[in-house]
Design a protein. Structure first.
Length: 153
């Protein structure tokens, strides 16, 4: 008679341990060297958003998983919009343009740096000053989103 309650208790314990492990599983996407560039707010005459600014976040991502993945977007409470961007040379002029996704092949590394790929923070809600931090959530094609606290340099 005591065996049935013991089996039920063991089953419940194993169920909760399994759920905790699944929720706490590590992401196959590893993050390194995340930082945001200092960005002041700029007065804008006649702009419907009032004072505004743009900022950039740089980060290195490595896919340690067994399947290819891709960075498909990002969001931040510090900006009204966030886009993935690349810097390209157009003749004698450097230009930035949005990109849809950034591939992360198995074992691959994606490095975002000034003058290249970056995460653009559009219509900042506040200035970004050295010592501040910026919350940033990265969204992937397959992996769970990663939320970062990015230091401003």
């Amino acid at each position: 008679m005591r065996t049935l309650p013991c089996l039920l208790l063991c089953g419940v314990v194993f169920l909760f341990v399994g759920l905790a492990t699944a929720e706490g599983a590590e992401s196959p996407i590893q993050v390194a060297d995340a930082w945001a560039r200092q960005a002041p707010m700029m007065p804008t005459m006649g702009h419907m958003h009032g004072d505004t600014g743009t900022g950039a976040v740089y980060v290195t991502l490595r896919n340690t998983g067994a399947t290819p993945d891709a960075l498909v977007g990002a969001s931040s409470e510090a900006a009204e919009a966030v886009e993935l961007h690349e810097t390209i040379r157009d003749g004698a002029v450097m230009r930035m343009r949005p990109v849809g996704t950034l591939a992360l092949p198995v074992g691959g590394t994606l490095t975002m740096a000034p003058g290249g790929l970056h995460i653009m923070l559009l219509r900042l809600k506040r200035a970004l000053r050295p010592g501040d931090t910026v919350p940033l959530t990265l969204t992937f094609e397959h992996s769970t989103p990663l939320t970062l606290t990015v230091p401003v340099r």
